[in-house]
Design a protein around this ligand. Structure first.
Ligand code: NAD
Length: 512
């Protein structure tokens, strides 16, 4: 991240300024750090604004505001917190087109896809409206004579959220609603590549009645992240991003005594058995491989075809790839640009690696002719057959519209491949054999599994998270794990004396 003086315009800037600042104490706050990074419109390839990169003083101011808001917010009744969540849900639903446009203008994904991520985020808001139910404790009557035991859940305090570029609204919404509804105050550090969605959410939460300081947006880079990780006033960190940073965040945060959930990268495989419906498989491989230009942590990046289906399946995928319209997300295209020029070039470099490693390029995205500005960060859908499992194309997360095919001879060989990988985020099996699907769901070492479903992102009342290098920590996002992560449980053992009780007894308490 560098300080830059690149030209700016105010296009799409929610703050109305050329520099996207912070949201502290319930209002936009311009940055005083003097450090900025450029924000692009990826479909036009131009810098549209700058984002502030907080310095240590700004980090401390953000945390102090959240800490000051905590006592009153955590004291507020559940029903009042619930009402704010209901109001926010209505506002989000009412104004989602505006948010989708902001996402498309900074991320590049097509508008319908931006609306899709908002809908999945809204699900978690809806879950959080049931916070009185979610926070209910347990009660055991008469565990010993005259003694009852019960549990209560209390908020942690100030909690930090650090989000990636690829879902600038949905990922913050995986955590925010439950954290806030449970009585915590939040400091969100969005990705510096697309920071405006977070500010939009903060403004709408304020409109919904959230008091100042309960939700803070701190824009920045490593300085802001490190400030959150080391502050004694921050109780927990929820991180989503690449595996090396997830591991760093987990290790640094836990070393500083925090509760940390850090979701990392992925390399999701789709196992295709010979009895599968290949038209259905080809449709789903296209959707899951190239939707959002492959910049989804649940994107399918490897099709594992159990022979003899590979030739027929590849022909069907290639046929469909040729029908996709690549271009500006505001023009009704199927797939937009990649997020930055640098990322586009990195993704495209894997196609060269594939060629060098002897794979077969079936569809080459480097020759794409987009419906959009020639300066946009374009790369078309790319399909690569016979990818050696020793190639970096197979072993590394590419995070772009590059779909690899690996041919295997049996279910067992395919399963071993999936289980041998470093990541364990999502996977899918395509088959008409219920027994095989059931065996797969039990055998595969992956956190989220689709059976004839390519992107099995769990609904809000289950929890989202992978295994192995895809999740550091013990808690997944949202669902029951989310409630558990953002609260501490107390167990209370209670006795109200009745007239018959009395006497001294130094023995260890036991049930009688
Ligand atoms: P990233 O790791 O580069 O950045 C994520 C966050 O970490 C950003 O807010 C960024 O500012 C911050 N960051 C970056 N470098 C840092 C450093 N050196 N020190 C401290 N903080 C730093 O990830 P990204 O490119 O924004 O997002 C794409 C990645 O996120 C992919 O690997 C993708 O698989 C992953 N992802 C995972 C999930 C999941 O649920 N497992 C979901 C979405 C994205």
């Amino acid at each position: 991240m560098t300080t830059t003086s690149a030209p700016t315009t105010t296009t799409g800037d929610v703050a109305g300024d050329a520099v996207v600042g912070h949201w502290i104490d319930g209002a936009h706050v311009p940055s005083t750090s003097g450090r900025t990074a450029p924000v692009y419109d990826p479909a036009r390839g131009v810098v549209t604004k700058q984002v502030a990169l907080a310095d240590e003083r700004e980090v401390q101011a953000a945390i102090a505001s959240a800490a000051a808001a905590f006592p009153a917010w955590s004291e507020l009744s559940l029903s009042k917190r619930q009402q704010i969540m209901f109001s926010f849900r209505e506002i989000l639903n009412r104004d989602k087109a505006e948010l989708a446009e902001i996402i498309t203008s900074e991320h590049g994904k097509v508008v319908s896809d931006a609306l899709g991520e908002i809908a999945r985020g809204q699900e978690v808001v809806e879950l959080a409206t049931s916070i009185p139910q979610l926070l209910k404790g347990e009660f055991s009557d008469q565990v010993s004579t005259g003694i009852d035991v019960y549990s209560i859940r209390q908020p942690l305090g100030v909690v930090g959220i650090i989000s990636p570029f690829n879902f600038p609204a949905m990922v913050p919404l995986w955590f925010l609603p439950i954290a806030i509804a449970a009585g915590n105050t939040v400091v969100l550090k969005p990705s510096e590549k697309d920071p405006s969605a977070a500010l939009w959410l903060a403004a709408k939460f304020t409109e919904a009645g959230l008091p100042p300081g309960v939700f803070t947006v701190l824009n920045g880079d490593k300085v802001a992240v490190d400030g959150l990780l080391t502050s004694p006033d921050v109780e927990s960190i929820s991180f989503v991003g690449s595996t090396p940073i997830a591991q760093y965040v987990y290790e640094t945060g836990t070393k500083h005594g925090k509760r940390v959930q850090a979701l990392g990268g992925a390399k999701n495989h789709m196992l295709v058995l010979p009895d599968a419906d290949l038209d259905l498989v080809a449709d789903n491989a296209i959707n899951a491989g190239f939707g959002s230009a492959g910049e989804r942590c649940m994107a399918i990046s490897v099709v594992v075809a159990v022979e003899p289906v590979a030739d027929e399946l590849i022909a069907k995928i290639a046929e469909r790839a040729a029908t996709l319209r690549i271009g500006d997300g505001r023009r009704g295209c199927d797939m937009g640009p990649l997020v930055t020029e640098q990322h586009r070039d990195k993704v495209a470099s894997y196609i060269e690696v594939a060629e060098q490693d002897g794979a077969v390029i079936v569809v080459d995205g480097r020759t794409v002719r987009p419906d959009g500005d020639e300066n946009g960060f374009w790369l078309g859908p790319t399909l690569i057959d016979q990818v050696p499992t020793s190639s970096r194309v197979y072993t590394e997360e590419i995070f772009g519209p590059v779909l690899s095919v690996v041919r295997v001879a049996s279910y067992e060989e395919g399963l071993a491949l999936i289980n041998g990988g470093a990541y364990g985020n999502g996977t899918a099996i395509f088959t008409n054999d219920g027994g095989a699907a059931r065996r797969f769901q039990r055998d595969v070492q992956v956190g989220m599994i689709g059976i004839n479903v390519p992107i099995p992102v769990p609904v809000a009342y289950y929890s989202f998270g992978g295994w192995k290098n895809s999740l550091f920590g013990d808690h997944k996002a949202y669902g029951a794990d989310g409630v558990s992560f953002f609260t501490r449980q107390k167990a209370v053992t209670s006795r109200w004396l009745d007239p018959s009780h009395g006497g001294v007894d130094l023995g260890f308490p036991s049930n009688s």
